[in-house]
Design a protein around this ligand. Sequence first.
Ligand SMILES: *Cc1c(COP(=O)(O)O)cnc(C)c1O
Length: 386
Amino acid sequence: MKKIQMVDLKSQYQKIKQTVDTSIEEVLNSSAYINGPYVKEFQADLEKYLDVKHVIPCANGTDALQIAMMGLGLEQGDEVITADFTFAATVEVIALLKLTPVLIDVEPDTFNIDIDALKKAITPKTKAIVPVHLFGQVANMDAVMEIAKEHNLFVIEDNAQAIGANYTFKNGTKKKAGTIGNVGTTSFFPSKNLGCYGDGGAIFTNDDELAHTIRGIVNHGMYTRYYHDVVGVNSRLDSIQAAVLKTKLPLLDGYCDSRRQAAMYYNNAFKNNPNIITPTTKSNADENCGEVCNSCDCHVFHQYTLQIKNGKRDALHKHLLDNNIPNAIYYPVPLHKQKAYTDDRYNEDDFKVTNRLIDEVISLPMHTELDKEQLKFITKTVLDFI
Ligand SMILES: *Cc1c(COP(=O)(O)O)cnc(C)c1O
């Protein structure tokens, strides 16, 4: 059996080595290392794929979030609501910009922002909501957009984990994750669903004016060369990464399918065990949706995350490692308990789900190259132990 890895970037690369190497060599020979033709081409390809008017490439997914918030003109003291159960980057940039992060609990089945908690958290100072499409599934955007409209709030989608996912609204229309709110952001970190071979990120929007503002911000606040109208940053996607991404973008839907197939295998293996809760897929258009199926496009499984209900999560984590099965706890500490982000305003009763999830979640190997033999071994090892 091939060695099991959490993410198998090497096997994925071997399959596309020739095309990727050729495109990288082209960049090397052209010496257009910054803002070369591949950056423009990838930008246009991604705009088409996402069906969005503007893609602004940048240096990484954390920058993308920061720049989006700068572009919206958020100011010191403005409250920004986001999920307690996510990677720290989301809340980090809110704090860095001297905005006030307001962390809220998540839903127990999708791990995404809880709508009742969201409604409760809104104050006269609230200016924006940042739904994080965690582990590859889009948050309840029907509800988020309705609340945002009612209270006149910006919506910034942190789409670092869900690029390629579709969201089906209650009325049946579909949109790509990240293109629903005022602005969406993503990361091309190597292990993300669309990963480059270094750091990369992008911002998406259908708002012409916001796109113009953001294009200046990523380039030192310049709209005319050497005239700095606003305080900006330096955040670029380099040409080599753009070349890799242009080659990989046409493969993204296939990559999502491979991940979904692996998720279906896992779900089937675990579904009758009372101590294991498998990930739920939820589509607003289909009330019966709940099981991962071939026609699912609302979840792209950046992570495959189980909830272990018999108190044996930590023991399982160790048992799998002992059997050379990598696995991870995403995330071990809720953000509201992190030293950098605790706040006296928070009340533990408001984080019941996150506080439980950190003790119960475990993410299994999930990538585009998992084969049946590996999946069989992983599921058997889990079931024999639980
Ligand atoms: C990866 C990630 C980011 C940050 O992306 P980088 O490119 O590593 O800066 C932000 N938010 C979420 C939810 C992520 O998973």
